[in-house]
Design a protein around this ligand. Structure first.
Ligand code: FAQ
Length: 325
């Protein structure tokens, strides 16, 4: 109890508090919002959780684009449910970030001002129905690879949000694989569409894990704090090892002439994505950056009257006399 008090009153550079905090992380304890934490830990979490939340919300756009054009009623219902799930994931994550003292409005404003990022993958277009299969199979597949370890992340609200999100993500991945299976076993034109989708989404999916470890600025500190559980390259390798046999099962070719099984390391050797393209996309120069941000800006502007109405209602409630018991 006394130790807890000391911690909550500790200044940011107090070496004892920092050591005690690190000891809690190393022991696998969860850090809860009202407990003392280093400012860097709080800021890193806001950045990562906020970016993750924005990704879930922006990630609805490439798939939402296909809801009205899904080939059957069943596919439409499934896609609609998936896109709604992504909205839910965004909301859990915004709530987790809010426990760190930042509001959803502030996070959205930072996104719209270009001060916060969202995943690079959502700056690529979904041109055909097979792309919706590729998004579920590869993009949700990469998201799960990254998010399953995050269920054990050190910050309680983030870890709990991840447990729920991962359950839904596995349904998403399977629905994508099911679309690919149908297309890959369909007509010649459908097989061509499936291969074309894999060709276009393979490297952008590998980029989702972030830059190679040598260029990852946050990994070392984030891993020490268990905000991240693996390096970017470790997860990318696991993703390739899991996905290549799935592509083979579909009868599709991974668009990498240098892809080889390496028995010694027990994994595939593969070509790195084009990192120049990755950093260009991060700078806002991807194929759909402007369109995605314009869609978010429009949603924000269109929703202003709802936010104003809710604030006015809350103010009225606060000033109303308390009803007699
Ligand atoms: N895109 O030092 P690192 C989903 C930035 S959810 C954009 O390695 P870190 C569900 C990074 O922010 C997908 N930016 O960074 C779904 C940093 O810049 P900053 C989202 C990226 O944070 C499916 C700089 O590069 N998932 O898909 C990217 O340690 C289908 C240096 O990089 C998460 O957010 C990128 N790909 O590692 C929804 C998971 N990679 O901030 C709809 C949680 C790196 O200093 C449909 N996040 N950057 O300006 C993480 O695990 C980590 O944040 C990483 C990046 C691994 C993404």
């Amino acid at each position: 109890m006394y130790a807890q008090m000391v911690k909550s009153e500790a200044t940011q550079d107090d070496p004892e508090a920092l050591a005690a905090f690190q000891a809690r992380i190393d022991a696998g304890e969860k850090i809860e919002p009202k407990e003392w934490m280093p400012e860097g830990y709080r800021k890193t979490l806001i950045r990562q959780i906020g970016q993750h939340a924005h990704s879930e919300i922006v990630g609805q756009l490439p798939e939402g684009n296909w809801i009205t054009r899904a080939p059957t009623l069943e596919r439409k219902a499934i896609l609609l449910a998936k896109v709604q799930d992504e909205a839910g994931h965004g909301l859990y994550l915004y709530c987790a970030a809010e426990t760190l003292g930042v509001s959803r409005d502030e996070l959205t404003e930072a996104l719209l001002a270009g001060k916060m990022k969202y995943s690079s993958i959502f700056n690529y277009p979904t041109l055909t129905w097979a792309d919706i299969g590729a998004v579920g199979w590869l993009v949700d597949g990469a998201a799960i690879m990254n998010q399953v370890p995050l269920q054990r992340t050190s910050f309680g609200p983030y870890s709990r949000a991840m447990i729920r999100i991962c359950k839904e993500e596995s349904f998403h991945q399977r629905q994508g694989f099911d679309i690919m299976r149908k297309m890959a076993n369909g007509t010649k034109a459908q097989r061509h569409m499936a291969q074309d989708a894999l060709n276009r989404f393979w490297y952008p999916s590998l980029m989702m894990f972030g830059p190679s470890d040598k260029d990852s600025v946050h990994s070392a500190q984030s891993m020490a704090w268990k905000i991240k559980m693996n390096t970017n390259d470790e997860l990318r390798q696991k993703f390739v090892d899991q996905t290549v046999p799935q592509a083979e099962y579909l009868g599709l070719t991974v668009p990498d002439p240098d892809l080889r099984w390496n028995a010694e390391k027990g994994g595939y050797d593969f070509s790195e994505p084009d990192w120049t393209e990755f950093f260009e996309v991060l700078k806002g120069n991807g194929p759909c950056n402007a369109e995605r941000l314009a869609a978010r800006q429009k949603a924000w502007d269109d929703g202003a009257w709802v936010r104003d109405g809710l604030m006015a209602h809350a103010a009225k409630q606060r000033s109303a006399p308390i009803a007699a018991e």
